[in-house]
Design a protein. Structure first.
Length: 338
């Protein structure tokens, strides 16, 4: 059976800035490296190809200036790519008219950015319902939908408050609720939690995972924080100088770095944060065990339980079938980087 087509795909996407940027793709050829290195030329996105599967959280990482935010804006055509294709459900967005793109962004895409950009003169309910008002949705319908979203993000009872009456975490919840009000197929989040205090940031990550468990959105999430990426990502793409260095699961990029840059980028990440129990278990299912842990659990997440156990733990798959055994020695080796 063939794999399902991606919800979103980039094919050889470039974004250049500079006085000679228009010359780079003249004739349809790959740009000359001498031209790309010429004074004033900035290569923000360099020949990026990737697929985002339906329902996955795809995290794009990189240092400041790596091109990650430019790339996500190219995906929604808030920034126009210089070349390539952006395919959304198989449709090349670069062939869409400006009016068509407005409709796609209004009805099928949700966006949350680092700065909450709430409208200070509107209440929580007004802010959440604002995208629906822009769409022309009747007031009763949009307020009912807005109330559903406010409750979904845990702000029931605060519908009449204004942004200045909310904490930073509460304001971000309003931004998330607003982006979800249009029921987007594709959700873009560009460092949405980076301005928050560490404790609030952790709470928002938990909230984000809870929402994803309920809604199963296709998500492109930008961050520079590897701990955040490990917690949230199904797959990670690491960028440097506008280029994708490696794409894979958190375990792939930490345990099997494809380039020296990725190895250096992930060098200080504790292996137990990314290793899954299924990767360190013994396949022996005959050993007596006093409890069970999912094979997909991170080793770090089960370490405390292993410390309290008096013997091995059974490892089970998603269907609850035993597939192996987890021992204290295996967890200790993983925690120590073995």
């Amino acid at each position: 059976m063939s794999a399902a087509p991606p919800k979103l795909a980039c094919r050889s996407v470039w974004r250049l800035y500079g006085p000679r940027g228009g010359d780079a793709f003249r004739g349809g050829h790959r740009p000359d490296e001498a031209l790309l290195a010429s004074p004033g030329m900035i290569v923000a996105v360099r020949d990026v190809s990737l697929d985002v599967a339906t329902g996955e959280i795809f995290v794009i990482m990189g240092l400041s200036g790596s091109g990650k935010s430019t790339l996500v804006r190219c995906m929604s055509r808030l920034v126009e790519p210089s070349a390539g294709e952006i395919l959304f459900n198989g449709q090349n967005l670069l062939a869409a008219t400006p009016r068509e793109m407005i409709e796609i962004r209004r009805h099928r895409m949700g966006m949350v950015f680092q700065h909450f950009a709430l409208l200070p003169h509107l209440s929580v309910l007004g802010n959440v319902g604002f995208p629906l008002e822009v769409q022309g949705v009747p007031r009763a319908r949009r307020e009912a939908r807005a109330r559903e979203m406010v409750e979904l993000v845990g702000l029931a009872g605060r519908e009449g408050d204004y942004p200045h009456q909310l904490s930073g975490g509460q304001q971000q919840r309003v931004g998330i609720a607003r982006s979800l009000a249009v029921e987007p197929e594709l959700w873009f989040l560009d460092e949405p939690f980076s301005a928050l205090d560490p404790l609030i940031r952790r709470e928002m990550q938990d909230e984000f995972l809870r929402l994803q468990g309920a809604l199963h959105k296709t998500i492109v999430f930008i961050t520079h924080d590897f701990d955040e990426a490990i917690r949230l990502a199904d797959r990670i793409a690491i960028m440097k100088d506008g280029r994708i260095e490696q794409t894979g699961t958190p375990e792939d990029v930490v345990m099997r770095p494809a380039t020296p840059y990725v190895a250096e980028f992930t060098r200080d990440v504790p292996k137990a944060k990314v290793l899954r129990v299924g990767g360190i278990m013994s396949p022996d299912v005959s050993v007596p065990a006093e409890g069970s842990v999912p094979a997909e659990s991170r080793v770090m997440a089960v370490a405390a339980r292993m410390r309290e156990a008096t013997g091995p733990l059974a490892v089970v798959d998603a269907a609850g079938r035993r597939v192996g055994t987890l021992t204290r020695d295996a967890v200790a080796d993983a925690m120590l980087g073995g």
